[in-house]
Design a protein around this ligand. Structure first.
Ligand code: SF4
Ligand code: SF4
Length: 181
């Protein structure tokens, strides 16, 4: 049954279908293959890709862009590979995440990782203890990407401002319950 709600927003659906892979959204016939093959859904039924696609079709920004649930996607692309209708599920979820991050609704741990990337050239810099153990074990040195090159690229795209200029989002995203579908 189609749900009537003031939260439905047809312009939001159009916004997604206008993106690079978003047009495929219109071909979804809700077979649930994406959910059936999703490794996250297997362990966390609150994250349901079929439902995310349905809510996007219905223009439910509140249940997609504004919901922390979309951030559970690991971008493994299994859903996109398996969809019988050629719906680019993972790419559509990436678009939803992009819109979400523009509103500052990205998880705090990702914000911290992004800051580390800009500063050190890696999202998870190794501690001195780890580096020392690696050396004792004869493991190779972990090379980081040159931070100045990363900063130049992110400055060009505006990503650095997105990361640095936001008010703390931790409370905002943690207060919201993951959408129960
Ligand atoms: S597998 Fe494809 S057609 Fe089936 S519900 Fe998922 S997106 Fe829709
Ligand atoms: S890309 Fe995301 S939604 Fe698709 S199968 Fe992987 S974790 Fe699930």
């Amino acid at each position: 049954m189609v749900e009537a709600s003031s939260e439905m927003n047809s312009s939001f659906r159009s916004e997604i279908t206008a993106t690079h892979e978003g047009e495929s959204l219109n071909f979804c016939y809700q077979c649930s293959t994406c959910s059936g093959c999703c490794p996250v859904f297997r362990y966390n039924p609150k994250f349901n890709p079929r439902r995310i696609i349905e809510n996007t079709l219905l223009g439910r920004k509140d249940r997609t862009v504004d919901s922390p649930t979309i951030w559970f996607c690991t971008v493994c692309h299994t859903c996109t590979e398996k969809c019988p209708q050629g719906v680019k599920v993972s790419e559509i979820i990436i678009e939803l995440k992009n819109l979400s991050s523009k509103k500052g609704l990205f998880p705090i741990h990702l914000q911290e990782e992004a800051k580390a990337l800009l500063e050190f050239g890696m999202v998870s810099p190794s501690s001195k203890a780890i580096l020392s153990r690696r050396e004792k074990l004869g493991l190779p040195v972990i090379e980081n990407a040159p931070p100045e090159e990363i900063r130049a690229l992110t400055s060009f795209t505006g990503f650095d401002k997105l990361v640095a200029g936001k008010k703390p989002m931790e409370g905002e995203i943690q207060k919201k319950e993951a959408v129960e579908e």
